[in-house]
Design a protein around this ligand. Structure first.
Ligand SMILES: Nc1ncnc2c1ncn2[C@@H]1O[C@H](COP(=O)(O)OP(=O)(O)OP(=O)(O)O)[C@@H](O)[C@H]1O
Length: 238
């Protein structure tokens, strides 16, 4: 869905350094609300760094990042539902108690939706987090992010650890539980082929630089290829 509204996310000449390591360089881009945006690129290219800057978990070394027209600070984390690549729950809690804990921390957390999502994803509220398989940990993190009525949901590798047979149904559940009239989803992934049908726009990052920002429609029309083909052409400098 395309909106002419003001951008929900803008990067203006953003750089991020970790000591001497330049993880991102001169990134400028504006993203419209109401879309599903994929961030793709090879390992270590800067995808997680970009997502953490949006979520207010990192501050830029140069330039500025705006969310909803406001400069991102640590407080932005309250308005952005972030699914990190690490686990984010207490191992000794069961899932129901974790849901209650989240409801206490985040004002926008919808407990009823969380329980519905647990059911959709085949998870039991009485299960203990420490006994979850890797795949179920991945599902539970998705539940915790989607249960927030946040205008911006940011997911770092939501499909990692999930086997190829269930990825498609998880992708469909993610779409079914988003409200694109009110929400925007940004996700990073290596499963480019699998997420292609769900994306409106793609950002391609290589070696800390933004090498492309196009709608999936433009890519199909102008490059006559799918995302993986486009990514290869771009990275080969064509
Ligand atoms: N806290 C940190 N301290 C030092 N270097 C870091 C830190 N976080 C990231 N980096 C470096 O910044 C670069 C970009 O890392 P980032 O995690 O953003 O890449 P990525 O595209 O998400 O990688 P992957 O696909 O492997 O998850 C890498 O070289 C990484 O080693």
């Amino acid at each position: 869905m395309q909106h002419s509204a003001r951008p929900i996310i803008s990067f203006d000449n953003v750089g991020k350094k970790f000591r001497r390591k330049e993880a991102l360089r001169r990134v400028s881009v504006e993203l419209s609300p109401g879309q599903i945006i994929g961030v793709i690129g090879t390992n270590g290219s800067g995808k997680s760094t970009l997502l953490k800057l949006i979520a207010g978990l990192l501050q830029p070394s140069e330039g500025q990042v705006l969310v909803n027209g406001k400069r991102v600070t640590r407080l932005t984390a309250r308005d952005v539902a972030f699914l990190p690549d690490q686990d984010v729950f207490y191992e000794e809690f069961d899932l129901g108690r974790t849901v209650d804990f989240y409801a206490n921390v985040y004002e926008d957390f919808d407990v009823q939706k969380a329980y519905e999502l647990l059911h959709v994803f085949g998870l039991e509220p009485r299960q203990h987090a420490r006994r979850l398989s890797k795949g179920n940990r991945g599902r539970f993190k998705i539940v915790l992010a989607l249960a927030r009525r946040a205008p911006l949901i940011v997911m770092d590798e939501p499909l990692s650890g999930l086997d190829p047979l269930v990825r498609e149904s998880i992708i469909h559940s993610i779409i079914a539980n988003l409200d694109l009239e009110k929400q925007t989803l940004v996700l990073s992934t290596h499963e480019v082929d699998e997420v292609e049908p769900l994306l409106d726009r793609v950002l391609l990052i290589s070696n800390g630089e933004l090498r492309g920002s196009e709608t999936v429609e433009q890519i199909h029309a102008e490059y006559a290829t799918g995302l993986v083909g486009w990514m290869k052409q771009k990275l080969a400098g064509k």
